[in-house]
Design a protein around this ligand. Structure first.
Ligand code: SAM
Ligand code: SF4
Length: 338
């Protein structure tokens, strides 16, 4: 474990009181969908299994990071549910007592089958990505996915008692922006939090970013047709600006990486499926924790490397000038975890 002094330094990052307390972990670079804005039609070249972190390695990294103040962990991918026995990882991470929240981001295709075992294993929150409520469009955006499977997963999660469910919708001009009100209405009668996310450029984006980009601020204006949007106080580090529409049970939120950058309050670290720790989604800087583990790193060694990642966190992204992929081998969100 780290001494008091190291812990104190960790929390001093970007001024007293600001804490990097969130770790997003990609458990695989594989996916069962091929969303047009995230993957090429024929997929990406996947890493061999030997290059992907084992559950044991992930657990060791999370333990070291938790010792430094990481309190929230989100499992993502690629598609995390294509990784076999994911509930066993959730169980292991739940045993790290200091973690306050364990979440999962999934495309929902295989979720209804696993929702219950994941909850029993200790999963607290589920985010489901969903970009259209029209079956043919959903199929087109995901290149073949079934909307019904995702809708079934939403029902299953609500019925087994996940207290809130988040739906993440990437705004895609010409594909789904006429569905903004229908998405927002999902939050009307049920504890569903809908988040509209701006499309971010990567070197892979086809069609182009300019053709597809739609501002989340405009989506917010459109949601105003449903009633007054009352702001909900969220943590300073929250990437979404969240509102409750009069009479709604859930909330709507707007995530604006492009039109209003939130880098200055970003509290996240990201671990790629091959064990590289990145302190910014859009920076090529990464620390190779898998190699460190394989050459005998102790918990203290890992903690020192995590701290190094925090200290080199960039002040802000340079997304529009240098899209993801321009200067590193990572060129799509499915490789880094979105
Ligand atoms: N497969 C899972 C899923 O789709 O939820 C988890 C991984 S996916 C990379 C995580 C999130 O990143 C999804 O909500 C997806 O819509 C989002 N994403 C992928 N590419 C994006 C882009 N270029 N701009 C904005 N969001 C993106
Ligand atoms: Fe797969 Fe998620 Fe990327 Fe879609 S957004 S291709 S589901 S990793």
């Amino acid at each position: 474990m780290l001494g008091k002094e190291q812990e104190a330094n960790f929390f001093k990052y970007r001024g007293v009181g600001f804490r990097i307390n969130y770790l997003r972990i990609s458990v695989t670079d594989r996916c069962n969908l091929r969303c047009i804005y995230c993957m090429p039609a024929n997929g990406i070249l996947n890493k061999p299994h030997s290059e992907i972190l084992s559950f044991e390695q992930i657990k060791r990294i999370v333990k070291a990071a938790a010792g430094l103040g990481i309190e929230k962990v989100r499992i993502t991918g690629g598609e995390p549910l294509v990784r076999k026995d994911l509930h066993l990882l959730i169980e292991e991470l739940k045993n790290i007592g200091s973690l306050k929240e364990l979440g999962l981001t999934t495309n929902g295709i295989n979720l209804s089958k696993h929702a219950s075992s994941l909850k029993k294993a200790g999963l607290d929150r589920v985010n489901i990505s969903l970009d259209s409520l029209v079956p043919e469009r959903f199929e087109r955006i995901t290149r073949g996915g079934s909307l019904n499977s995702v809708l079934r997963a939403i029902e299953t999660c609500l019925s087994i008692g996940y207290s809130t469910l988040k739906i993440n919708t990437v705004l895609l001009k010409g594909f789904n922006t006429d569905e903004i009100l229908n998405f927002a209405k999902m939050a009307k009668a049920r504890p569903i939090d809908v988040r509209f996310i701006e499309y971010m450029p990567t070197d892979l984006n086809h069609p182009s970013h300019e053709d597809l980009f739609f501002s989340a601020l405009e989506a917010k204006r459109i949601c105003g047709d449903l009633g007054r949007l009352a702001p909900i106080h969220s943590e300073r580090s929250s990437t979404a600006k969240v509102f409750r529409i009069d009479g709604f049970c859930g909330t709507v939120g707007f995530i604006t990486p492009i039109s209003e950058s939130f880098c200055a309050s970003c509290n996240k670290l990201r671990l790629t499926s091959d064990g590289r720790l990145r302190s910014c989604l859009h920076s090529s800087k990464a620390i190779d924790l898998k190699s460190a583990l394989e050459t005998g790193a102790s918990e203290e060694d890992l903690a020192r490397l995590v701290k190094e990642a925090v200290e080199t966190k960039p002040e802000s992204h340079n997304l529009l000038n240098a899209p993801l992929g321009r200067d590193s081998e990572i060129y799509s969100m499915c490789q880094i975890g979105g």
